[in-house]
Ligand binder design. Structure first.
Ligand code: ADP
Length: 321
C-alpha cells in the first residue's frame, strides 16, 4: 500500500517517512497534523488490528463520496439482510463514522451499554447473529468528536478498531466517515493493514445516488480505493427511483443525467450490485430503529436489498476462491 494519501501535496514525503508532517511540502496539507503526530514506519496498531480481525472472513467497507447518500442506511439494511439470509452466518456492523455515528439509532439499540472485559469491548447484539459496535456508544456526548482535532480522532479510531472482541464473524460491515477526510484515511489504512490482499484485507462497496454531483465524488472514492489497493466489490445506487407505496407508480426524483451508477460501472469496469428505490417508510423505520426488511419484506426497496445482499455474497465467495 502506498503511504501517500490521495489528497497529498505534490512532494509529499509519505506518512511513513521521518519527514512526515515536517517537510516544507507538508505546509498547508490537511493531513499535516496527523502525519506529524503519527509514528514513523508502520504503525504497530496495524498488526494489532489485523490480529483482532483475524477471525473475520469478509471485511466490507461501505464507502460514499459524500454524506447523505444513504451509506449508513445501506449498511444497516445489509446487516439485517445478510444475517436473515442465513441464520448460521454471523454479521457484525462497525460504525466508525466518528462525526455522525447513526447505527445505534438505525439498528434500534440506542442507549445500550458496551461491556468491557479482559478480552476487549463486547459488541451490542441486535439479533442473535447481528452485532454492532459504534463509536457512538463510547462518546460521552454525540458532540464530543466534532470538536476533536486530527490526532485525537486518529487515536480514538485506532483504539476503537483494536479493542472490539467480535468473536468469529462471516461479514463485518464497516460504516466509514464519508469522503477522504483524515479519519476516513486512518480508518481505511488501519483496516487494510499495509495492503489489502484478496483474502485478508478489506473490500469496498460504494454507495451513490444517481445524479452527477454524487457520482463525481464517488469517482474520487474509487480512485482512493485503487490507490490504496482496496478491491471494490461493486456499487449500490440508492434513491434511484421513487415507487409510490399507494399506487406503485415509479418516478425519477434525481434524474441520472450522466447515466447514473450504471454508466459509472460500465466505464470503470465495476459491478452494479443493485438499485435501491427511495421509500419514505424506510426512512421512518431507520429513524425509529425498526427493521424495515421484517416489517415490509415485499416492498420494492426490501426486494432490491435482498438481491444486493445476494450479489455481495456471490462477489465475496468468488473473490475468496
Ligand atoms: P449517509 O450515511 O450517506 O450520510 P444516511 O444513510 O444517513 O446517509 O441517509 C440519509 C437520510 O436519507 C436518512 O434520513 C435515511 O433514512 C434516508 N434514506 C437513505 N436511503 C433511503 C431510501 N432508499 N429511501 C428513503 N430514505 C432513505
Amino acid at each position: 500500500m502506498s503511504d501517500i494519501p490521495e489528497n497529498a501535496p505534490q512532494h509529499c514525503p509519505g506518512s511513513g517517512s521521518a519527514e512526515a508532517g515536517k517537510a516544507s511540502a507538508c505546509a498547508g496539507c490537511p493531513n499535516q497534523n496527523l502525519c506529524a503526530s503519527g509514528p514513523v514506519g508502520p504503525d504497530p496498531a496495524i498488526e494489532i488490528i489485523r490480529n483482532r480481525l483475524a477471525n473475520v472472513k469478509h471485511k466490507i467497507l461501505i464507502l460514499s463520496g459524500k454524506g447523505g447518500v444513504g451509506k449508513s442506511t445501506v449498511t444497516s439494511l445489509l446487516g439485517h439482510g445478510l444475517s436473515k439470509r442465513d441464520p448460521n452466518v454471523n454479521v457484525g456492523v462497525l460504525d466508525a463514522d466518528i462525526c455522525g455515528p447513526s447505527q445505534p439509532r438505525v439498528l434500534g439499540v440506542r442507549g445500550e451499554q458496551v461491556h468491557s472485559s479482559g478480552s476487549g469491548w463486547s459488541p451490542v447484539y441486535v439479533t442473535d447473529n447481528l452485532s454492532l459496535m459504534s463509536i457512538g456508544f463510547l462518546l460521552g456526548s454525540p458532540d464530543d468528536a466534532v470538536i476533536w482535532r486530527g490526532p485525537k480522532k486518529n487515536g480514538m479510531i485506532k483504539q476503537f478498531l483494536s479493542e472490539v472482541d467480535w468473536g468469529d464473524l462471516d461479514y463485518l460491515l464497516i460504516d466509514t466517515p464519508p469522503g477522504t477526510s483524515d479519519e476516513h484515511l486512518s480508518t481505511v489504512q488501519y483496516l487494510c493493514g499495509g495492503g489489502a490482499t484478496a483474502g485478508g484485507g478489506a473490500r469496498a462497496v460504494l454507495v451513490t445516488t444517481p445524479q452527477e454531483v454524487a457520482l463525481l465524488d464517488v469517482r474520487k472514492e474509487l480512485d482512493f480505493c485503487r490507490k490504496l489497493n482496496i478491491p471494490v466489490l461493486g456499487v449500490v445506487e440508492n434513491m434511484s427511483v421513487f415507487v409510490c407505496p399507494a399506487c406503485n407508480v415509479q418516478s425519477e426524483l434525481f434524474p441520472a443525467t450522466t447515466g447514473g451508477a450504471a454508466a459509472l460501472c460500465s466505464d470503470a469496469g465495476l459491478r452494479l450490485l443493485g438499485r435501491l428505490p427511495l421509500d419514505p417508510r424506510l426512512a421512518r423505520c431507520c429513524d425509529s430503529g425498526r427493521d424495515y426488511l421484517a416489517e415490509l419484506p415485499n416492498a420494492p426497496a426490501a426486494q432490491a436489498l435482498t438481491s444486493i445482499a445476494n450479489e455481495i455474497v456471490a462477489a465475496c465467495e468468488n473473490s475468496s476462491q
